[in-house]
Ligand binder design. Structure first.
Ligand code: GTP
Ligand code: SPV
Ligand code: MN
Length: 592
């Protein structure tokens, strides 16, 4: 398949270590894909779904102890510990290679090692980057074929160049005590072992496109961010783009595919999805910030997705989609999850593979769910009804506003605008959110998740903030930076803001502000919309409710400021002083 000496050498070395029975190159052809699907169905790795209702779709169940990213077992292995920083887990690279070699040794015996050449970004674009993933999992191959541009065309593009990210993955024994997701940014290398789940094993995604890419971006003067990219078309035809960073399972996919409220649709507003998870941002020739989505598919959260909340996602997942850990309706061999509709299947197999009866389901106990709370769909972008027409563009899209957001029951207002780029960097750095099922561990505790990148920065968090500040100085026309929170609750714990499609109302205020048009009120934390600034046409909400959503509780913020200070101290001595200055200024404004 290749004459690339660097690639051949690495594959030979790896095969000598992992001892696969055979090596298969993934060429990207439909025939090969079909063969692999057949094979996976035969072994039970995939369940073929009802092909009339879900053509080309399959269900996969992971091991019960392997259902989310494992942040505690994710490592950044730089030669110097301080280059990984205090927020990342670190192992000395030599020690880590030695430890993992023992686990990888013979791990593919009796199995096939697949070689997946893939491109993050359109094949051949100057902004795209090439990776090769070696894996013993057909599930990984089939997911990578959806999530990336993969196959022979990528090898041809690579030619004899050594410029590719070396990703090695083995399911090994799926032993959670020996599970490792390790990054060697100084070697362009990723080693992942003993998992078969999403972000742990689809190495092009979080491992490469965020952790390794963020490291490269700092070296090369660009940014890799955990951001969706969304195009908003105005009635006059102009399309503006925003990039928004929310932590895992906090609404990126939903915002990226939103359906405008009726009254806005009738006026002629349209939405185009560019990406739902990752943005690579560069300074364009025109001095603006431009964004590329390096992915080619969606790995989206299934629960909560329905005809009302996200019809575009539903439409995206009805063909050529792999479902992971959702429930199986055995009456008609289709899929189901909590929040799809109000009719749980009569006969159902849950994500663990056990029979499930809806009488046993209790809303307050996630362990009784039929679908795992972090169950997902892997679907091709081309399926998305609102996909941008320029999906294959190499330049990307100019960004009019950057938006940060988290899941906060209190404190964070519905929307506010930062004063300038430095303050906007501060706003991103203090992002906090309630934890979700996307990572293993406790759910619902507030933790700081700067720029929604806490689990994904491939180097020292202090240096990452410094890079943000540096970029602000380099971008001739930097986009303004905002913060949103769709998740504020009332006394009874209900979300006050309707969310989903109605979030467009807030986005339109943001874009008006970015254009210098909308009025705002200056508060200690930033600018919030002036009364009537957010169009509430057709909503039950009144201006009073919006005022409540925009309220700044000074005591709560002062308390938060203490926590921010502690978090900054934890990051250590590479914390830029500018952000401490911003924190002091915030405290001062709050106490005035
Ligand atoms: P990752 O793929 O993990 O990065 O997640 P994501 O940020 O793409 O989150 P996603 O859009 O999949 O949403 C996660 C959960 O939040 C789903 O259960 C959604 O139904 C819910 N959600 C999304 N947007 C909103 C919103 O505006 N309001 C409310 N209340 N819930 C929302
Ligand atoms: C996330 O957790 O942010 C995801 C899912 O997008 S995963 O690919 O598992 O990281
Ligand atoms: Mn994500």
């Amino acid at each position: 398949m290749t004459s690339n000496y660097h690639l051949k050498n690495w594959i030979n070395e790896t095969a000598a270590m992992t001892s696969p029975d055979r090596i298969v190159w993934i060429d990207g052809s439909a025939e090969q894909k079909k063969e692999l699907e057949e094979q996976a169905v035969k072994t039970g790795e995939l369940i073929r779904l009802n092909q009339e209702k879900y053509p080309g779709c399959f269900l996969h169940r992971t091991a019960v102890n392997d259902v989310a990213r494992v942040e505690g077992r994710t490592f950044i292995c730089t030669r110097k510990k301080e280059d990984a920083g205090n927020i990342n887990n670190w192992i000395d690279p030599e020690e880590c290679y030695a430890r993992l070699k023992k686990i990888f040794r013979g791990s593919m015996r009796g199995r096939t090692m697949y070689v997946i050449p893939y491109s993050m970004g359109p094949v051949g674009s100057e902004f795209s980057k090439i990776g090769i993933e070696l894996t013993d999992s057909i599930y990984v191959v089939l997911n990578m074929l959806i999530m990336t541009r993969a196959g022979k065309k990528v090898l041809d593009m690579l030619g004899d160049s050594p410029d590719f990210i070396k990703g090695l993955h083995s399911k090994a024994e799926l032993d959670e005590n020996n599970r490792y997701i390790c990054h060697f940014p100084e070697d362009n290398t990723i080693w992942s072992v003993n998992s078969g789940y999403g972000g742990n094993v689809l190495l092009g995604k979080k491992c490469f496109a965020l952790r390794i890419a963020s490291y490269l971006g700092r070296k090369e003067g660009w940014m890799a961010e955990h951001m969706l990219i969304l195009g908003i078309q105005y009635p006059d035809g102009e399309i503006k783009y925003i990039a928004a960073a929310f932590p895992s399972a906090c609404g990126k996919t939903n915002l990226a595919m939103l359906v405008p409220p009726d009254f806005l649709r009738k006026k002629g507003y349209r939405i185009y999805c560019v990406g739902d998870d990752i943005a690579w941002l560069r300074i364009g020739k025109d001095g603006r910030l431009w964004a590329v989505n390096p992915e080619n598919g969606f790995f989206g959260v299934a629960p909560g997705t329905n005809e009302k909340t996200n019809p575009n996602a539903l439409a995206t997942t009805v063909r050529n989609t792999i479902f992971t850990n959702v429930a199986l309706n055995t009456d008609d061999n289709t899929v189901w999850w909590e929040g799809l509709d109000d009719c749980p299947p009569e006969h159902c197999i849950d994500w663990r593979g056990n029979e499930w009866h809806y009488e046993n389901y209790r809303k307050d106990d996630k362990t009784t769910c039929a679908a795992h709370p972090n169950s997902r769909f892997t679907a091709p972008m081309e399926n998305c009804p609102c996909l941008t027409a320029d999906h294959e563009t190499t330049e990307g899209f100019p960004i009019s506003a950057i938006v940060f957001g988290g899941r906060r029951a209190k404190t964070a207002p519905l929307v506010y605008q930062s004063f300038n780029w430095q303050h906007g960097t501060f706003v991103g750095s203090i992002l906090a959110s309630e934890t979700t099922a996307a990572a293993s561990g406790q759910v619902g505790v507030v933790r700081r998740d700067p720029m929604a990148m806490r689990p994904f920065v491939g180097y020292n968090m202090g240096d990452y903030f410094a890079h943000w500040l540096e970029m602000g100085k380099k971008i001739p026309c930097p986009p303004p930076i905002f913060n949103v929170n769709w998740f504020r609750t009332d006394e009874n714990g209900h979300f006050i803001w309707p969310g989903f499609g109605d979030n467009l109302r807030v986005i339109l205020w943001i874009l008006e502000r970015a254009a210098g048009n909308a009025e705002a009120v200056r508060t200690p934390v930033g600018y919030v919309p002036a009364e009537g600034g957010i169009d509430l046409t057709g909503l039950k909400l009144k201006n009073d409710d919006v005022a409540k959503l925009l309220e700044i509780d000074r005591d709560a913020w002062l308390k938060d400021a203490e926590n921010i200070g502690e978090f900054y101290d934890m990051i250590g001595d590479r914390m830029p002083h500018e952000l401490y200055d911003e924190l002091d200024a915030l405290k001062k404004r709050l106490s005035e």
